[in-house]
Design a protein around this ligand. Structure first.
Ligand SMILES: [Fe+2]
Ligand SMILES: [Fe+2]
Length: 366
């Protein structure tokens, strides 16, 4: 058929099957949602989480006799958050063409910077480390540079979902120890530390949610590549900067024994929680779905993916989540007045199956 068309008409043949969204259109929809989400996030951050690392806590009341395990934990937390400028610089650079993502990363960086300063204050006011010790430790940390764990934006986005949830869990479990709700470390109660851990954990939950919403958008519009990114990220997950921090093994052993964080916590309270939020039943189901998808031949050898991929996750719940996100952004933008100038609308992915029968879906152009 193409052989009898004049050459100029060949150029007009769309590469996307009729009725489906082109990748360019999907990218435009995702970017518009990122922008709305970032604006909503910033307003909420300023309204509800506008705390200060020095002034929001009664540092002078911090105990001077905190147990060794708590000191090792605080120092480790300080070290991980100390790389905030590297995390921010690398991520901003990676997503610099996206207004929503890059501006969000700046805001995110300003929140991570507060975490680093808070943990530094905690170490300093414990009176168990001298300012000189801290300055030298910081110099050692900063002599090394953190780099992105993955080369592309989607893998790094998925990585941050798991990383933010893991960080939140670390702080929540420190809060349990410092409020006396866990007795895995004796004599660990300290109200100042408990408030710090709780305050930062709330930020980490907000970060987790932002990255989760972004991942859901990708999962909805690009299911195949997002599921593959999730699978590859969980296959090699480690905490950020763990390879750069001196005495990481001592820190990891301490938080494990203290019931703050370990492999079981990752499986149960990080991976399974994130999976549930992403409509994925289990790691096994994810592996099987991707494998099955690969075994079904593609239509004509191009980038189209088989419909079976929609069975790998609960696309119905993800579509519901994406729609809810749109309503949240629409409400926010209506309040500002953006709706009258640049209305934000949900656009269905026509590849997604209709109703309950996943196999009636149109072929995906993922
Ligand atoms: Fe943080
Ligand atoms: Fe965070």
């Amino acid at each position: 058929m193409s052989a009898i068309l004049p050459p100029n008409a060949l150029l007009d043949v769309p590469s996307t099957p009729a009725g489906l969204l082109s990748n360019q259109e999907k990218d435009r929809l995702i970017e518009r949602a990122f922008l709305g989400l970032y604006r909503w996030y910033t307003a909420r951050s300023q309204e509800t989480r506008n705390w200060n690392a020095d002034l929001s806590f009664d540092w002078k009341a911090l105990r001077h006799d905190l147990p060794k395990e708590i000191m090792t934990t605080l120092t480790g937390f300080f070290a991980v958050e100390q790389y905030a400028p590297d995390y921010t610089a690398e991520l901003v650079n990676l997503v610099r063409r996206s207004h929503g993502r890059s501006h969000f990363q700046l805001r995110w960086g300003s929140e991570e910077e507060k975490h680093a300063d808070s943990w530094e204050n905690a170490v300093l006011f414990s009176r168990q480390r001298s300012p000189q010790w801290l300055a030298e430790y910081k110099e050692r940390l900063r002599a090394q540079q953190w780099h992105l764990p993955f080369p592309d934006a989607i893998h790094n986005l998925v990585y941050t979902v798991f990383q933010e949830r893991a960080t939140q869990l670390n702080y929540l479990n420190l809060m349990k120890l410092t409020t006396g709700k866990s007795d895995k470390v004796a004599n660990a109660v300290d109200p100042v530390l408990a408030k710090v851990a709780q305050t930062i954990a709330v930020d980490e939950a907000a970060h987790y949610n932002f990255f989760l919403e972004c991942t859901r958008l990708y999962l909805y519009y690009y299911p195949q590549r997002t599921l593959e990114a999730i699978r590859s990220v969980i296959g090699q997950f480690s905490m950020p900067a763990s390879h750069l921090i001196p005495d990481w093994d001592e820190f990891a052993t301490t938080v494990y024994k203290a019931g703050i964080y370990g492999p079981r916590d990752f499986n149960r309270d990080v991976m399974q929680v994130a999976f549930r939020n992403l409509g994925i039943e289990s790691r096994k189901k994810l592996e099987e779905g991707i494998k099955a998808g690969r075994e079904v031949p593609n239509f004509d050898g191009d980038a189209k993916v088989p419909t079976i991929i929609w069975d790998t996750f609960d696309y119905g719940s993800i579509e519901g989540d994406v729609k809810r996100l749109h309503v949240k952004i629409q409400d926010y933008e209506k309040g500002v007045g953006f709706d009258a100038i640049d209305p934000f609308e949900f656009v269905e992915n026509p590849e997604a199956p209709k109703g309950n029968n996943a196999h009636t879906a149109a072929p995906a152009a993922d």
